[in-house]
Design a protein around this ligand. Sequence first.
Ligand code: GCU
Length: 413
Amino acid sequence: MLLGGVYSPVGMAAGTITNEAQVPSYTLPDPLICQDGTRITNAQMWREQRRPELLHLFENEEYGKTLLGRPEKMRFVLREEKQDARGGKATRLRVGVLFEGREDGRQMELLVYLPNQVKGPVPVFLGFNFDGNYSTTDDPDLPLPKHYAMGLYANRLIKNIPTEVGRGIHKSMWPYDLALAHGYGVVTAGYGEVEPDANGRWKEGPRGLGPEPGAKDWGCIGAWAWAYSRALDYLETNPRVDAKRVALIGFSRLGKTAMWAGAQDERFALLVSNNSGAGGVALHKRIFGETVTNLTGNLGRWFCPDFRQYATNEAALPIDQHELVALIAPRPLLIVSGTEDLWSDPKGEFLGGLGANPVYRLLGTDGLAQKEWPAPGQLVDSRIGYFMHAGKHDVTLEDWQAMVTYADKYLKR
Ligand code: GCU
């Protein structure tokens, strides 16, 4: 279904508020006040008391607890190394991350491009894609994925399995040459290979390797976020990559996933949330665009089952998404929105960033330095950054230009 842009499987539900004047009033929890009323006044208290408390609340109430660590048997296999990719500018790797250590077990294949012009370890952008690696580029020799894919707008799948029609179909979202020219590597994998985004298939992914999840345990987002950390485990082994300079990026549901991965795994040096919307950086208590009711209906599998209790009851949530942003602090986070992407509530995404300021400031950074919601096309490059493209729910070249400029500020040496 089309939703003011690329794609939405649920569409704009009846009764969705997209008019600012109709937003009911709401109150946000103070990220610096603990549940027992203690006020956090210094960095140590944040780290030792409030941060773990918030992480626990997000586990319990929203995303569920991650029930698996790094599997002992996991191993990485280099399936290809092509040194003259992209007209000689890049080295292309295909790396199998075998979660169970077996070729016929659960796994994901990373597609890695590294710039040839840079000597020494490079910073990288890491982000999953919707329809398989072959959909991100028209390189003709990438194998056709055999895993589940989402079937983003205009792609044609057979029972959710990619076909040749989809080769390069989303390459506009992955302008590899731009990132490579600026000295960044880019790493991606099809999120559906980690775990199919479909009801009743959780056992096929990493969740199938742990105990059966209960009402407060991980959903799909938790599983995909876990795989982001496993991708980073691999990057730590590649001497051409500087694993301390990995920018974790994610669009839409994968933006929600990137935020949750970044909150749990502090090895990620920088985050980019691209149109992550509800369940990402947009506030839940601000009723605009997609709501908890929408998220926990058809898409309930993404979260822990207990998240459902907040449908039409957002006021009862003990947390909100500005506190997820706070869990990234003091690391840099760029929030990217789209003017027409009302389902994702672009202003609510900005406010999600702004609400984390007390924590970013307590930790000695400038936080989100601009109080007014910026006009499209303006990059705010403070520690919580913001950029909004004019247009729909999408990842644009303009977004990538902003991402590279922003990353240059925080990751370049
Ligand atoms: C739907 C869903 C959003 C999600 C988006 C996507 O629109 O309601 O929460 O971000 O799909 O991932 O494309």
